[in-house]
Write a protein that binds this ligand. Structure first.
Ligand code: MN
Length: 351
């Protein structure tokens, strides 16, 4: 906590005082929430103005603090961000219940968010706000839980995806899906766990084989398994008539290397070890997805007839795939520092 700058400390003080006497549905003092949003934004590596605006994001709407007070104390940029977040939530309150949303209304909301987020940091604060509300959703009555979860699944998780914030998208979608369709959620979660348990041993073997081949070529790499999220499996099953045998990326191995040339080299090595499946090689490095996602994907069949997807990418691509736009803010900030000019890039800690 002591690493907070004077400005951040001042914002925390201001918000604490303003929210005094207010409580969350969990019974905790309200300030818990803006402080949690602050922590999320810090973890994402956001700049100081965004963190401050995160601390103050509910003050204009819910307390006596006026936008001008924020402008006087913290400047134009923080005030602009808080104003954007406030406008978003007022616009949303004016809309009907999500259950009666017409499809166009939902699109309009997304369009509105994008228009208002003409400084995209407004959206990032809104996403941090929603993430914490989802994490603490159990304190709300069931009808509210469902409403917020549904909206998160249909509006906020896709927004996270548009910003290529993969970790966030997965956490939001799975947290929400659990409330939207609890039975289905539990069923699929068990299914994934069982499948992973079964696959664990053969995956280890494959990891070993690939690792050995890469070492032989003196390639620096890290390899790890990635677990499919419950919600993305749910959506894929819907597309494939619920036939799990048609889902080829239930288990995937991720290989992270230093540069793009090495990505292609690794792809070649994998194809020399195993048989690639027809039509399952995707070059998102040469042709990135719309949200900027980059990686090479290939699905192969091993000698033991196991089907495994490989995802091959550089460290930068990986960080961008997990943190998306938030990560690019982090690196842009660094570009202004001396260390960066000397070529010392500080990477965000990966988990
Ligand atoms: Mn809030």
């Amino acid at each position: 906590m002591s690493k907070d700058s004077e400005r951040v400390k001042k914002a925390v003080e201001m918000a604490t005082k303003a929210h005094e006497g207010q409580f969350r549905k969990t019974g905790e003092p309200y300030i818990i929430h803006p402080l949690a949003v602050k922590k999320i934004l810090e973890d994402w590596g956001m700049d100081e103005d965004t963190v401050i605006a995160g601390v103050l994001h509910d003050t204009v709407e819910d307390t006596d603090i006026a936008l001008n007070d924020i402008k006087d104390e913290f400047g134009e940029s923080v005030a602009f961000l808080v104003d954007g977040v406030t406008k978003l939530s007022t616009a949303r309150n004016g809309m009907r219940d999500i259950d009666t949303y017409l499809p166009e209304t939902k699109d309009n909301f997304l369009r509105l968010m994008i228009a208002l987020g003409d400084d995209i940091r407004v959206l990032i604060i809104k996403l941090a706000d929603r993430l914490h509300n989802l994490r603490t959703l159990s304190a709300l009555p069931p009808d509210k839980q469902k409403k917020i979860a549904k909206e998160s699944l249909e509006v906020f998780a896709p927004l996270a995806d548009r910003l290529n914030m993969g970790l966030l998208r997965v956490e939001m979608a799975d947290l929400s899906f659990k409330y939207v369709d609890p039975k289905r959620y539990e069923y699929l979660k068990d299914l994934i766990e069982k499948y992973n348990k079964q696959a664990a041993r053969s995956l280890k073997k494959i990891e070993g084989e690939v690792g050995e081949a890469l070492k032989k070529e003196k390639i620096k790499f890290t390899i790890s398994g990635r677990v499919k999220s419950v919600y993305s499996l749910h959506k894929k099953l819907a597309k494939h008539n619920q036939n799990i045998n048609e889902i080829y990326d239930l288990t995937a191995l991720r290989i992270i290397v230093d540069d793009i040339t090495t990505c292609y080299l690794v792809l070649g090595i994998i194809h020399s070890l195993y048989t690639p499946m027809n039509g399952r090689i995707k070059d998102y490095i040469a042709m990135p997805k719309q949200n900027g996602y980059q990686s090479l994907h290939t699905t192969v069949i091993t000698k033991d007839k196991h089907i495994v997807e490989f995802q091959i990418r550089t460290k930068e691509m990986h960080e961008f795939a997990e943190r998306g736009l938030a990560a690019s803010f982090y690196y842009n900030e660094q570009k202004l520092t001396e260390n960066y000019k000397k070529g010392k890039i500080e990477h965000l800690p990966t988990n």
